[in-house]
Design a protein around this ligand. Structure first.
Ligand code: SAM
Length: 330
């Protein structure tokens, strides 16, 4: 087994691959409502290019890939791509992050496609608040996806970004989902990746404030051990089937064990969510570089990895973070 280490001695084993920048929702914290400049198709990595990149990285020691976007299921050809990467030797886990709008009918295929775990983004259980946040009336189809995942026994994490004035009243109802469902509900700090659809924060809900809110309602909530390289602090409420996670995505408390690489739909290779890309892997592929030359570029990039998200943000050439998360994948 290969081990890929960065310059801080952190093992790197996890790739987050954003397969499209297009999305069928318009979450206000992620994208502006109008005037989105989608990347022209020739500037996107093709499925064949992505398959080659995954193979090369798996040879180097990556054993887990998360497919994200934009919304992965809006790009044609995704199922065939999943089928192909599922045959790559050494790739232990393929996970998906989805908004659930188009996903329910595909869930019965997930086992065959090797998808063992799904992150379902859902910020509220209320249809009107869902519309206010996402600017689309799609709560019903997302909920069908949640039910389909439960019915097929697919490991499910529900990801909710916590935002004052938008979904604070959902924290407890969402935590209640863990009472009867074997699900992990994760509350995430909002980050400034909003495609310049900047908005005022009434009050920032950081991980401590989210935990305090949970403790007010569930004084017996208790801490679980966090798996290695986890970004979430894990908790459980006594008697509940599922678990709760709190992700300090803006406070960046977990960088010391970060094992992730990211590739954007345009091929930007990122060694931190907060950097602006350290090289473009699509350009290398299209210049005809050999497998070995591409792998050595990856290796080289890992020898200059920022120690944490603050350092990475400070080194950005593009200035402050403002790009849409749909161009990165989360
Ligand atoms: N479309 C898929 C989905 O909705 O799950 C995958 C891509 S989406 C960009 C990935 C995750 O990023 C979602 O859970 C979304 O809530 C989260 N996200 C987007 N913008 C964010 C922001 N500004 N702060 C925190 N999380 C954000």
């Amino acid at each position: 087994m290969n081990y890929l280490l960065d310059n801080h001695g952190r093992p790197i084993s996890y790739l987050r691959l954003a397969v499209t920048d297009r999305c069928n929702l318009r979450c206000f914290y992620c994208m502006p409502e109008e005037g989105i400049n989608y990347v022209p198709k020739p500037h996107l990595l093709t499925w064949e290019e992505m398959e080659r990149v995954v193979r090369l990285l798996v040879q180097m020691g990556i054993d887990k890939v998360r497919i994200t976007g934009g919304e992965p299921f809006v790009r044609r050809g995704i199922l065939e791509f999943l089928e192909r990467i599922n045959t790559i030797d050494g790739l232990r886990q393929i996970n998906i992050t989805t908004n659930g709008v188009l996903t329910a009918p595909l869930v019965p295929d997930f086992e065959r496609l090797g998808i063992k775990s799904v992150n379902l983004s859902l910020d509220t259980l209320d249809r009107q608040r869902f519309f206010d946040i996402t600017r689309r009336d799609e709560f019903g189809r997302v909920w069908e996806t949640f039910e389909a995942l439960q019915a097929q026994n697919i490991k499910t994490k529900v990801n909710a970004v916590v935002m004052s004035g938008k979904n604070i009243e959902d924290i407890i109802p969402m935590a209640e989902l863990t009472r009867t469902h074997n699900v992990s509900v994760r509350f995430i700090e909002e980050m400034p990746f909003n495609g310049d659809g900047a908005h005022e924060y009434q009050e920032f809900w950081n991980y401590r404030k989210i935990l305090d809110e949970l403790k007010k309602h569930y004084p017996d909530i208790y801490k679980l051990p966090d798996p290695a390289a986890s970004t979430a602090y894990h908790y459980q409420i006594p008697g509940h089937k599922g678990t709760i996670g709190i992700i300090a995505a803006f406070s960046r408390t977990f960088c010391g064990t970060c094992n992730r690489l990211r590739i954007t739909p345009q091929g930007q290779f990122k060694t931190c969510l907060y950097d602006d890309g350290v090289f473009n892997i699509k350009d290398l592929l299209r210049q005809g570089l050999s497998d070995e030359a591409i792998q050595s570029r990856v290796f080289e990039a890992l020898q200059h990895r920022a120690k944490d998200g603050f350092e990475a943000e400070g080194k950005r050439k593009a200035g402050l973070v403002s790009e849409s998360m749909s161009t990165i994948g989360g």
